[in-house]
Design a protein around this ligand. Structure first.
Ligand SMILES: [Zn+2]
Length: 131
């Protein structure tokens, strides 16, 4: 029985150390499904809507979320000093994101940053802070 436990631990470790982008996409997909249930009209309130189909917008939202999480994950893995929250700085930025504009999350704050759920339609970025 011990070997199984060890094997599980080893899998957890390797998943923790070397998560593939597919893993991030899977998690982002679940997160997006949850957000869509919370706001069934999500598609009609997008700041970037344009001529995009609902399916395309959903995929964009999932990919954006996966990238966001991976940026945090990579920052931790590479011991980056910090990540700066950057909005698009236009009239479409929501009040919650406006409050975050230029906020720097230090290495020790990555867990806090990772707990924030990006709202649907968010166009913010995380920028590397090296010192
Ligand atoms: Zn935002």
């Amino acid at each position: 029985m011990f070997w199984k436990k060890d094997k599980e631990k080893k899998e957890e470790r390797s998943a923790g150390v070397n998560r593939s982008f597919q893993d991030f996409l899977k998690a982002a997909h679940l997160e997006m499904e949850g957000l869509m249930v919370q706001d069934p009209r999500w598609f009609y309130n997008l700041p970037y809507q344009g001529a995009m189909s609902l399916e395309k917008a959903k995929n964009l939202e999932i990919e954006k979320r996966a990238i966001w999480r991976r940026v945090i994950y990579d920052a931790r893995r590479t011991q980056l000093a910090g990540l700066r929250w950057e909005t698009r700085n236009d009239e479409l930025v929501c009040p919650d994101c406006q409050k975050m504009d230029n906020r720097i999350f230090s290495f020790r704050e990555y867990d806090i940053l990772n707990e924030i759920i990006m709202h649907v339609g968010c166009r913010c970025n995380l920028v590397s802070v090296r010192e």
